[in-house]
Design a protein around this ligand. Structure first.
Ligand SMILES: [Zn+2]
Length: 281
């Protein structure tokens, strides 16, 4: 029956990972009355219209999180959905900690990634396309009565366009919309304490690999990876980018599940705190 002890953190992380939505949706985490909610309940796309209507019309839903991610190359060993899956996991866990005051809207799974297009598999949207999708999701939520939205970003290329647009989005829709990337949680001291390479978020390096190992190890594929061999097949246009690619591949070897768990925990608590501030504002 999928009853999971809440202190079994690893299992919970895996169950609630974005890519294991079916598992998360069907898992009864803890019996009713224990103060914990089924992780499905905070996900808009897994809810029925009745469930959502009850929350919004009952006045218990104070804010929503809109995760924005990417589908892009993550070096030789991580799945392309990494950023979307990571940010959705942080969003879901933060929302669960505030249940039933916060829900997570359907993540935007493709971001602005032209800088990775010379590496196979990357998908990218034009800035205006991406921003239009984000805006229209916010607009949909506003139509249903949502008054506060935290856009929680998980991909570097989306940061500046989102920062430059949220004020206008808020003004146009007459609601409060704020933007953070989940790694805003990581102060230089935190990065120094947990990351041997001294970097976070980086790209498919120590941090993202540790996060994936902790949250969704099924998306980490070291089997058959030989970076030295792969290098000859990569046709990276810019020299600096090629050097960075190699550096991230080296850093990834420092990754561990324990580091990932610690960093996830920090991001979830920080995001929940940001939501408390947004709700109070
Ligand atoms: Zn990434």
């Amino acid at each position: 029956m999928g009853i999971v002890k809440l202190n079994d953190r690893r299992r919970f992380l895996r169950l609630s990972a974005a890519g294991s939505l079916a598992a998360a949706a069907s898992a009864d985490i803890v019996p009713a009355g224990s103060g914990y909610a089924n992780p499905r309940k905070v996900l808009l796309w897994e809810s029925t219209r009745k469930e959502f209507r009850d929350l919004i019309e009952g006045g218990s839903l104070d804010a929503m999180i809109l995760p924005t991610g990417s589908t892009e190359q993550h070096n030789e060993h991580l799945a392309m959905i990494n950023d979307t899956a990571s940010v959705t996991l942080v969003a879901q866990k933060a929302a669960l900690s505030l249940y039933p005051r916060v829900m997570v809207a359907t993540p935007v799974p493709v971001g602005i990634s032209p800088h990775w297009m010379d590496r196979k598999g990357t998908l990218t949207l034009k800035r205006e396309t991406f921003l239009a999708v984000v805006f229209e999701i916010c607009e949909s939520l506003q139509v249903h009565g949502v008054k506060k939205i935290l856009i929680l970003n998980g991909h570097g290329g989306n940061v500046i366009p989102l920062r430059e647009s949220v004020t206008e989005f808020s003004r146009k829709l007459g609601i409060r919309i704020e933007i953070n990337s989940y790694w805003d949680a990581y102060t230089p001291d935190i990065v120094k304490k947990y990351m041997e390479a001294g970097k976070a978020p980086g790209h498919a390096g120590e941090f993202e690999t540790s996060f994936a190992m902790a949250a969704f190890p099924e998306r980490v594929h070291w089997e058959g990876v030989d970076y030295a061999k792969a290098k000859t097949k990569l046709k990276i246009k810019e020299a600096a980018s090629a050097i960075q690619d190699e550096e991230f591949a080296r850093d990834a070897k420092l990754a561990s599940t324990a580091k990932g768990e610690a960093m996830i925990d920090i991001a979830v608590k920080w995001t929940a705190n940001r939501l408390r501030q947004l709700i109070a504002a």
